[in-house]
Design a protein around this ligand. Structure first.
Ligand code: F6P
Length: 505
């Protein structure tokens, strides 16, 4: 492209660009059969939409259907730039490298990560496509915010294409300890990809530290107070490959640089924690709506008015500890500490990544377990577990939060866990108990929850019994403190904190 043409294009581009695997809208079919787009309900979109509307924003992402190329379009004050993926790229880049390699590796290898070179090649190719799309829509000097583990190579690829833009990256999932990260055959390329950003955000301090340790160990870069000194020379090499091979350009560890490099020889990338939150206002408003309160009462009635409703809400994912929760519940029923009719567990398991084998196996196991427990403990009038393999609109979720005496979040590893925060936000009268795994990012902020190690089944059982029998004053004290945290740290504040820091760098 001629320099003049590029100049014209950049001045016509967008000042704020979000790059995420998924576009900020979902395709819906209207009653008359016509198709339309609807803004995605998630917290990230809710937080960023007003920033987009106020500052000429564009969102780059995949629209969810394979083998379909769509023209960019505008929707509710947002410019949407769809990135196409072929069916094979969905298999290799999304189901494969993103969710068959990185997801299990970054979640403590709860499932075995698979390392396939053809998946890595697709991941690189697709990341390059996202970077090119971002480079195309960003105005000169724009802010580009890249989201999550599916796009870790985009920051450096984009910097190579557009050195004029400010680049932020946020990792929504954990970043693994160096000993686990070391398993990744393409670990150097991933680190260099991320270091293309000016600001790299993580959920927990421990994630940011893990990343810094991997950078120090593998690349030897000098790091001081969250600032990583990235040699300028190395940027030229980033992503370069030996022709015909998928291997990392450099292997093993690097000698550690012990003092700050000479001025002019490096740029600085900052890596630190920005714990994400939820759109608290929306949840609080819904929790006060008459129809939703009525629905929550109806749910309890439909369950036969048990004394204690336990609730689990998860994507059907092996990281969520659903089996551990069911094992604890089954033992409590078996030992007579809980009784069907008096207690009921509602488990919402929303369908997820159904093309990935480990998710298909998990579904079979969970459904077998539910069948076994219900077969053994159900009575004519009451069920032990009400298992629902569906997704629900936020209104129904809030009604469920209001209906539940005890929320069970037993993840074996979770970047944050926003369900825990939604439950707290919904409990306006400060009743209800949150049982929360210490392996979630949320546990760093929600210290007054009943914190548990989900691998310790006896501890989990004790927490479930304690939650069912808790002294109401103790419960209220805990919930009030949790609510103070959640209400004062909503997702808009998270986005603003991140962007303020990025602009300050
Ligand atoms: O937690 C990471 C995440 O990518 C979320 O952003 C998303 O809601 C969830 O996993 C499910 O992702 P997907 O259905 O796109 O694989």
């Amino acid at each position: 492209m001629a320099a003049d043409a590029a100049e014209t294009e950049y001045t016509q581009g967008y000042d704020f660009v979000v790059v995420a695997n998924r576009l900020a809208v979902n395709r819906i079919t209207q009653e008359d059969g016509t198709e339309d787009w609807q803004r995605s309900p998630g917290g990230l979109v809710t937080a960023l939409a007003p920033i987009m509307a106020a500052s000429e924003g564009a969102w780059v992402g995949w629209h969810g259907a394979p083998d379909e190329t769509l023209e960019p379009f505008d929707h509710e004050g947002m410019h949407l730039h769809p990135v196409p993926l072929s069916e094979q790229e969905v298999e290799f880049y999304y189901e494969g490298f993103s969710n068959g390699t990185l997801w299990p590796l970054y979640h403590d290898v709860i499932a075995r990560p698979l390392f396939h070179r053809r998946w890595w090649d697709a991941y690189r190719r697709v990341n390059q496509r996202f970077a090119e799309a971002a480079a195309q829509v960003a105005a000169r000097g724009a802010t580009v915010w890249v989201q999550d583990y599916q796009l870790q190579l985009v920051p450096q690829m984009l910097r190579d294409l557009r050195p004029d833009v400010k680049i932020g990256f946020f990792n929504h999932i954990p970043f693994p300890p160096p000993g686990l990260f070391a398993q990744l055959p393409w670990r150097h390329s991933v680190l260099r990809g991320l270091l293309g950003a000016d600001l790299i955000g993580f959920q927990r301090d421990s994630d940011a530290r893990n990343f810094q340790r991997a950078v120090r160990h593998r690349l030897g870069h000098y790091i001081k107070a969250d600032q990583i000194y990235v040699p300028l020379q190395e940027e030229d090499d980033a992503g370069s490959q030996i022709p015909g091979f998928s291997a990392d350009p450099s292997r093993g560890t690097a000698p550690r640089q012990l003092s700050a490099p000479a001025p002019g020889s490096h740029r600085v990338a900052e890596a630190r924690a920005f714990p994400i939150s939820i759109d608290t206002d929306t949840i609080v408003d819904l929790a006060g709506r008459e129809d939703i309160i009525a629905r929550s009462k109806e749910i309890r009635e439909e369950l036969g008015n048990p004394e204690t409703v336990f609730l689990g809400v998860d994507r059907l994912d092996y990281t969520k500890g659903i089996r551990h929760r069911m094992k604890a519940y089954e033992e409590l029923l078996h030992d007579g500490d809980l009784e069907v009719g008096q207690a009921c567990l509602v488990q919402i398991a929303s369908p997820s990544r159904e093309g990935v084998e480990s998710y298909q196996r998990l579904r079979d196991e969970i459904e077998l377990t539910v069948g076994r427990i219900n077969g053994e403990f159900d009575t004519m009038g009451h069920t032990a577990i009400r298992y629902l393999h569906h997704s629900y609109p936020i209104e129904e979720m809030v009604a469920l939060y209001l209906a539940a005496d005890v929320m069970l979040v037993t993840a074996l590893r979770d970047g944050m866990n926003l369900v825990a925060k939604e439950y707290v936000a919904a409990r306006k009268d400060a009743t209800g108990v949150l049982v929360l795994s210490e392996f979630t990012g949320a546990a760093d902020q929600l210290r007054q929850a009943l914190l548990i190690n989900p691998h310790d089944i006896d501890e989990l059982k004790a927490a479930m019994v304690k939650a069912a029998q808790i002294d109401p004053d103790d419960a209220k004290k805990r919930m009030r403190s949790l609510r103070r945290q959640v209400v004062s740290h909503n997702v808009k504040r998270w986005a603003q904190d991140f962007l303020d820091r990025l602009h300050h760098l």
